[in-house]
Design a protein around this ligand. Structure first.
Ligand code: GLU
Length: 493
């Protein structure tokens, strides 16, 4: 009889640092995080980096940064800055736990639950070929499965290489467990043959480290992607051999694209880092992915992480594939963006404005006013770049497309009148109404109308005859800036 699993909830997110953080991975991390927060437990970040060829420090850095960006902070794992261990159950990087796996493998060997297998690749291949030729689906039969451990150890001393295999012989029953998302799952034990625990170079395989770590890190619930469901059989076998309590499992349905295919980058960003670079808010990403496989008990569509922490409940996890509807995501994002207080939104657009080296007024009142005007035109934070660009004095240039307008007969007079009237304006900024009145005044003074009036003024404000609405922009521009731009335009007319 195995020991009982603790009632104190501990969950983990266990990325393999072999690429970027996919939205599917982010959803796994989110559900684990929410489960820990809702139930007063711990959320652990474990790094599954035993695949030496594919794991990289850059990928680890990226995954950690993306989790930080999402705000899914963990209680134990690697430090988000130094990537060094933090917590009482470390190391948290599997590559630093090799001694632990070796010790557990030795115990399984000693107990006769695992054995050293000296079969070469060629021998394995030959057995497979023969089975195929006989139309047999039999698993690998290793001639070493009943070797006494001492005999195997003697042979190892000669320098021969061996993997450590789990011994499935004698396991006859079905393995049944209740998945928290999918209900009862039944695996016949003969679904797998004697699988490898340690490779011949001593590196452990995923199923083995996963069980050892989940046990030693006192994990009570494993929420992970559906693709790991078949692995659960091997993992249950290891728990059984070790006589360890089995955690609860919940396997989450795949995220699909609009064509019900596996989500791929061809249809748009699937990496959290890319969503961040494209100017999406983490709060909207979290809201959106939370609802891909879970639903709010009150049926709300717009939720903050705080809201989710209050109501997250695994009974509302959905076993069918969820569709990543990009139109809905954009809508949701716009709602988050509009709901953001101006001071926060201003902060959020800074990295995007900085990319273009924009220098804009420091005055919070001006910043708030500009956001009130621009917010309805913003879908992403990156949209701020083009909206604010005309307000950046350093970027004011008269573009070649303004040449024709500058050659028109009434242009010079329009520009001069505009410049003088702006200069005479009694305050630093003008309102939309004052601007419209001033424009009428230019019309009265010069007799220019229609495009002969509007286009030269546009050139004097934004350097080109088409584009942004002046009545939105001009109230955000300082008188001195408008005058200096008008002078530059006039010099070219
Ligand atoms: N390293 C595995 C992955 O990235 C984790 C699987 C698990 O959660 O057990 O898919």
């Amino acid at each position: 009889m195995s020991s009982k699993i603790s009632s104190h909830p501990r969950v983990r997110f266990a990325p393999s640092p072999t690429g970027y953080l996919h939205v599917g991975g982010a959803r796994t991390a989110l559900y684990n995080y929410l489960y820990a927060k809702k139930n007063g437990g711990e959320f652990i970040l474990r790094i599954e980096d035993t695949d030496e060829a594919r794991s990289t420090q850059e990928s680890l850095r990226g995954v950690v940064d993306d989790l930080v960006w999402l705000g899914l902070m963990w209680d134990e794992g690697v430090d988000p800055v130094t990537l060094k261990d933090v917590g009482p159950n470390g190391p948290y990087r599997q590559s630093e736990r090799l001694g632990i796996y070796k010790e557990i493998a030795d115990k399984l060997l000693k107990d006769g639950k695992a054995y050293y297998c000296f079969m070469t690749e060629a021998e394995i291949e030959k057995q497979k070929e023969e089975a195929k030729a006989n139309g047999s689906f039999a698993h690998l039969q290793s001639p070493y499965q009943d070797w006494p451990l001492e005999k195997a150890l003697e042979r190892l001393k000669t320098g021969d290489k061996a993997v450590v295999r789990y011994k499935t012989k004698g396991l006859e029953k079905d393995y049944i467990f209740t998945d928290l998302v999918r209900g009862e799952v039944k695996f016949p034990s003969d679904m797998v043959g004697d699988f490898v625990l340690l490779r011949s170079d001593g590196m452990p395989v995923y199923n083995f480290c996963c069980v050892v770590d989940d046990h030693l890190m006192k994990i009570t619930h494993v929420f992970r992607a559906e693709e790991h469901l078949p692995n659960t059989l091997r993992q249950l076998m290891i728990y059984e051999a070790m006589n360890w309590a089995v955690p609860e499992f919940g396997h989450m349905a795949l995220i699909l694209d609009e064509d019900r295919q596996k989500l791929s980058k061809r249809k748009g960003a699937v990496a959290c880092g890319q969503l961040k670079d494209e100017g999406y808010l983490a709060s909207a990403v979290l809201n959106f992915i939370a609802l891909l496989g879970w639903s709010d008990p009150q049926g709300r569509e717009l939720l903050s992480v705080e809201d989710m922490k209050q109501v997250f409940d695994i009974s509302r996890l959905n076993p069918s594939g969820a569709i990543f509807d990009r139109v809905k995501f954009k809508w949701m994002h716009t709602m988050h963006l509009r709901a953001l207080p101006n001071a926060d939104l201003w902060k959020a657009i800074q990295p995007f404005l900085a990319r273009e080296h924009m220098e804009l007024p420091q005055d919070p009142a001006w910043q708030g006013k500009s956001l009130d005007l621009f917010k309805p035109y913003m879908e992403t934070l990156a949209d701020a770049i083009e909206l604010y660009r005309p307000l950046n004095d350093k970027a004011y240039v008269i573009l070649p497309e303004a040449e024709e307008t500058l050659k028109w007969e009434p242009t010079k007079a329009v520009l001069a009148s505009w410049k003088n009237l702006v200069q005479a304006h009694p305050s630093d900024y003008m309102t939309e109404e004052e601007f419209l009145k001033l424009q009428d005044e230019v019309k009265n003074q010069t007799g220019a109308k229609g495009k002969h009036l509007f286009m030269p003024i546009r050139v004097a404000v934004i350097g080109k005859p088409h584009g942004a609405e002046l009545k939105t922009l001009v109230p955000l521009m300082k008188k001195s800036s408008l005058v200096s731009r008008a002078e530059q335009a006039l010099a070219k007319a």
